[in-house]
Design a protein around this ligand. Structure first.
Ligand code: TTP
Ligand code: MN
Ligand code: MN
Ligand code: MN
Length: 396
């Protein structure tokens, strides 16, 4: 009887947004291996491939399933009929269960290409295509890239120069520190404003790669022009190292009824936002200290490297500031909490199963032809006819 229970087959709902997926799950031996396969597939796939079959996406689906299982897989038979786990993945699982490691994965881990691509995609501002170009040009180290005389975006210059700082895991306490700096500044400009830590930290992660802050005000429209003032203040305090302010030139600042954007899996939204790097004081002090050099797009990469290596009282941290109008707040919150796979399936599920279009701006019922406004995160799930999945269980 015990043996039978152990061999019970797993059943999973097809969309990961229907499942509960904790950060700590039961199949780490398997997911560690599939994470390598997933990354490697992303490095190999060309970006214009994404319309067709994507091995990277297939592996991400396998990962999402494995992370959501209520128990450890002990036999490949248990997952024989599980959705998203195809023949090749089953073979890998079998090998992992029997040998505790997988030859294909070990080969990837040893491969030069995988390791260089991992290094180069770890540079802020460099995506897979940039990393591939650097790799194909024959560069093998960050120093090669720094020395090489090629056109680099300002973001990439900062990413290269502050690579060590930016690849130090961001701690939850540091996220809270940045949140209170931003909150204090913002409150002095616009009383009653809310600043929320989203992204991985809201899903219960204790470390992250950046700090995602949602900024909103209960009075619709009060947030217009706010971000510019916040950035001015941050600049005066010398906290900004680099930043890119997306002013949201999009005429539809508010979600329109017209479902003219294809309901895709794209994460792109139209909120006014800022992606940047701040210099966070190493020791939290009452007074704000002058810490970082001002934004210097004219600075040479050599100067930036010198600055990063200098004795400094601050650490470079990636920060995202997103301005969300009150009427779109809970959709923005769901979108910016993630994770990316959860969002992807949430949108796909809404489209396929409910004929609704979901984005970070709102939910549009295409059958009824109306917009569904929401006053809580729970309400978003209710409209979508899904159980309320708390943020800590969205780690697909
Ligand atoms: P990220 O900060 O990229 O990821 P994360 O916070 O989940 O993980 P990490 O700890 O490594 O930082 O994005 C946060 C969430 O915001 C992510 O789940 C997807 C969403 N998002 C958008 O909705 N729009 C965007 O333009 C981006 C970049 C992210
Ligand atoms: Mn990846
Ligand atoms: Mn994040
Ligand atoms: Mn982010």
């Amino acid at each position: 009887n015990y043996k039978q229970t152990k061999l019970n087959c797993f059943q999973v709902d097809p969309y990961c947004c229907q499942r509960r997926t904790p950060l700590q799950h039961h199949n780490k031996l398997l997911t560690d291996a599939f994470e390598i396969l997933e990354e490697n597939a992303e490095y190999i796939e060309s970006s214009n491939d994404t319309k067709g079959y994507s091995r990277n996406l297939a592996y991400r689906r396998v990962l999402a399933v494995l992370r959501s299982l209520p128990q450890a897989v002990t036999s490949v038979k248990q997952i024989k009929d599980v959705k998203h786990i195809g023949g090749h993945s089953q073979k890998i699982i079998q090998e992992l269960l029997e040998e505790k490691c997988c030859l294909e994965v070990e080969e990837i881990k040893r491969s030069v290409r995988y390791n260089k691509m991992k290094l180069f995609t770890g540079v802020f501002g460099a995506g897979v295509s940039t990393a591939r170009r650097w790799y194909d040009t024959g560069m093998t180290s960050l120093n090669d890239v720094i020395q090489h005389n090629e056109d680099r975006s300002t973001a990439q210059k900062y990413g290269l120069a502050f690579f060590d700082d930016l690849n130090m895991p961001v701690l939850k306490a540091e996220a809270e520190q940045v949140k209170s700096i931003v909150k204090n500044i913002t409150e002095s400009i616009l009383p009653g404003v809310s600043v929320t830590v989203t992204g991985g930290f809201r899903r219960g992660k204790t470390v992250g790669h950046d700090i995602d802050l949602l900024i909103s005000h209960p009075k619709e429209g009060a947030e217009i022009g706010l971000l510019g003032k916040i950035l001015e203040k941050l600049q005066q305090l010398n906290l900004i190292l680099y930043g890119s302010h997306n002013k949201c030139t999009y005429s539809e600042r508010h979600f329109t009824e017209e479902p003219r954007d294809p309901p895709t899996n794209s994460q792109m939204d139209h909120f006014e936002k800022w992606f940047g790097i701040i210099g966070l004081p190493k020791i939290s002090t009452e007074k704000t200290v002058l810490i970082a050099e001002n934004d210097a797009s004219d600075k040479s990469i050599k100067d930036l490297v010198d600055l990063s290596k200098s004795e400094k009282s601050w650490t470079a941290k990636r920060v995202d500031l997103i301005i969300v109008p009150s009427s779109q707040y809970f959709y923005g919150l769901v979108g910016w909490t993630g994770n990316k796979m959860f969002n992807r399936d949430l949108r796909l599920y809404a489209q396929k199963e409910l004929n609704m279009r979901l984005s970070s701006h709102g939910l549009y019922d295409l059958t009824k032809g109306c917009l569904l406004t929401s006053n809580s995160e729970e309400e978003v799930f209710k409209y979508l006819k899904l159980p309320v999945i708390p943020p800590e269980l969205r780690n697909c």
